[in-house]
Design a protein around this ligand. Structure first.
Ligand SMILES: C[S@@+](CC[C@H](N)C(=O)[O-])C[C@H]1O[C@@H](n2cnc3c(N)ncnc32)[C@H](O)[C@@H]1O
Length: 249
């Protein structure tokens, strides 16, 4: 019975992978997905979701992708830059609880608003969360974070704070060093490179000034990380094009 089930699952997985491969070379689907993302951004689509009642500013696809890598790696520490309302750190904390390894989520934000802090601290998952108020690229912040990382601690990092090229470049430099082998550095919001020029009216992010440029530069020089292509290809709708970076050595 068990063998039949695993054979069925293997065949299912084979079919899924074949479809993902076909999908990844479907230019029309890529164009339609991007058109959809640009159109949906008119309504601030990424603000529509909540995790355990708290707003999380992400596409549902990306939340599921993060769940997949957390489940696979089972990190001891997840570091997130950019807390905002807190839905994302609460999501990571729920995953830590499901994994059951007493893990810690470290959230960093330059401005933790009082009402957000109150909601996060009220959450039953708060015991797995440590919040740091400060810039993600300040030496003080990095020093506090490093104090939590011991030998053999498995570390995963999600970068989702200030999305300008220069800031993300600094973040990647600092946080890539903390990620452990076989774990991930997730550099979010790279999709803005493919949006029309001047789309983001009141933000410095634009074509040529966004996380995608920092990712490309980093990967040229750093051979310890590679894009998780399978994950990237299957999402289709994602804020994180080429941004799921696996540390391979
Ligand atoms: C896109 S939101 C984060 C969304 C959150 N990760 C989520 O998925 O729900 C960006 C956050 O980054 C914070 N931020 C901006 N510049 C920062 C910096 N230099 N260091 C740390 N956080 C920063 C902002 O205060 C804001 O709360």
């Amino acid at each position: 019975m068990k063998n039949t089930k695993s054979k069925v699952l293997k065949n299912f997985q084979k079919r899924v992978e074949k479809n993902i491969k076909l999908m990844s070379s479907d230019r029309e689907l890529k164009r339609k997905s991007l058109d959809w993302m640009v159109h949906a951004d008119k309504y601030k689509y990424t603000y529509n979701y909540r995790w355990m009642g708290i707003p999380v500013i992400k596409f549902p696809n990306d939340i599921v992708a993060l769940q997949e890598i957390i489940w696979k790696v089972k990190p001891d520490i997840i570091i997130e830059t950019g807390i905002a309302h807190g839905g994302s750190i609460i999501f990571s904390a729920t995953m830590m609880e499901l994994i059951g390894n007493q893990g810690l989520v470290i959230g960093v934000d330059i401005d933790i608003r009082k009402h957000n802090r109150i909601e996060i601290e009220k959450s039953k998952f708060n015991k797995s969360i440590k919040m740091i108020e400060g810039s993600s690229v300040s030496q003080k912040t990095i020093k506090i974070i490093k104090n939590f990382i011991k030998k053999d601690t498995k570390v995963m990092v999600f970068l989702d704070s200030n999305h300008t090229y220069s800031h993300v470049k600094k973040e990647i430099e600092l946080y890539s060093k903390l990620v452990t082998k076989n774990s991930y550095l997730v550099v979010e919001d790279s999709f803005s490179e493919f949006f029309p020029k001047n789309h983001f009216k009141n933000r410095p992010v634009d074509v040529g000034n966004n996380p995608m440029i920092a990712i490309k530069e980093f990967l040229k020089k750093n051979k310890n990380f590679k894009i998780d292509r399978k994950l990237n290809d299957k999402l289709s709708i994602t804020e994180t094009f080429d941004g799921y970076l696996k540390k391979i050595k």
